[in-house]
Design a protein around this ligand. Structure first.
Ligand SMILES: *Cc1c(COP(=O)(O)O)cnc(C)c1O
Length: 338
């Protein structure tokens, strides 16, 4: 019944997880922040909760952690964004593990007997202690984050700084630093990898050495098909004028669904594997495509992302990154688990 669907292929997701595990030889902390990158945290979390390669899930804030517990997630849940005063009780009540990156977070946790992990800023310039060793018997792990995993020299500097910090600790159960792109460094002293994007088969770099395949397909239905005569303008502000009689399809997917307006007159969608160009400005709920030379009919599906085009491809055209495109996917897109 839905007009737009994000289809999540479980078998591909599982294969990607197995590949990441095989490549790194380390259990995975699956990063499911921001509604699992827009894919649907509840759907994805329940799948992940059953897989033995996944040892924990990670979210950005305490609210996201609570939501996962409420749907029945049993595995460990790390809250990457720290603890602010007033939140500490929820960590206990919902069995969430705080990632502490500031003295104030430690103050908020005073007197609470729960495991904690400590974040180090080895060069990200965001959250984390610089080199201060936290002497607290609740510490079960330490982590850091690469700012530019495609930059080998800088990443190696970050890795060196991290191992120096690690040398001050004993008996940690969790030491992690590698994100999707970071797994290429196969850091010898980490115990886990901490990945998000690659789970879905989006490659963080062109020659990604881990064999992953697209696990997501985004599609929407055609609401109207009609032939417009030569010289007819399409959509707001008349940025496209037909040069010949043109079969124009209206797709039930607009910028409010996550298809950036900057892709107007630029990107292609796909009809039965065949590219169809976006013409005219993308509007809030609808996008026009040139269906000339296709037999597309009202009610047929148009593929936005899938076998022919990844979120990474589309993001590049829009001058952004797949993370932004994915996290902008609207709640009115139906999430379908296959
Ligand atoms: C988002 C995030 C990740 C996951 O990054 P990917 O590139 O999606 O694998 C890992 N660690 C931290 C701290 C993050 O914020």
């Amino acid at each position: 019944m839905s007009r737009a669907e994000l289809r999540i292929r479980v078998s591909s997701l599982e294969n990607n997880i197995k590949s990441l595990y095989r490549f790194s030889q380390k259990p995975i902390i699956a990063v499911l922040k921001a509604n699992a990158y827009g894919v649907g945290a509840l759907q994805v979390a329940l799948l992940m909760d059953k897989l033995e390669e996944i040892s924990a899930l990670a979210v950005a804030c305490v609210e996201e952690g609570i939501d996962l517990r409420k749907v029945g997630v049993k595995k460990k849940i790390l809250v990457l964004g720290g603890v602010l005063k007033g939140e500490e009780k929820a960590f206990v009540e919902y069995n969430l593990t705080p990632v502490v990156s500031h003295k104030e977070h430690l103050k908020a946790l005073a007197g609470l007997n729960i495991p904690i992990q400590i974040k180090y800023d080895t060069g990200m310039g965001r959250l984390g202690f610089l080199e201060e060793v936290i002497k607290d018997n609740r510490v079960e792990g330490i982590l850091s984050h690469l700012s530019s995993p495609l930059d080998e020299e800088y990443s190696k500097l970050q890795i060196e700084r991290f191992v120096k910090i690690l040398n001050h600790y004993r008996g940690l159960k969790y030491v992690h630093m590698e994100s999707s792109a970071g797994v290429v460094y196969r850091i010898p002293f980490t115990t886990h990898i901490r990945v998000g994007l690659a789970l879905y088969g989006e490659k963080p770099m062109p020659n990604y050495p881990v064999s992953i395949t697209p696990a997501l397909e985004l599609r929407a239905k055609i609401l109207s098909v009609k032939t417009l005569p030569t010289g007819f303008s399409v959509s707001y502000s008349r940025t496209y004028i037909t040069e010949k009689p043109t079969r124009v399809g209206v797709v039930a997917f607009g910028y409010a669904d996550g298809l950036m307006k900057s892709l107007s007159n630029k990107a292609y969608l796909f009809y039965k594997g065949k590219p169809v160009k976006i013409i005219g400005n993308i509007t809030m709920d609808m996008t026009m495509v040139d269906l000339t030379n296709t037999d597309a009919q009202v009610g047929d599906w148009i593929e936005i992302v899938g076998q022919n085009q990844s979120f990474t491809d589309l993001a590049k055209l829009a001058g952004t990154i797949p993370y932004e495109l994915m996290t902008n996917l609207s709640s009115r897109i139906r999430r379908v688990v296959l």
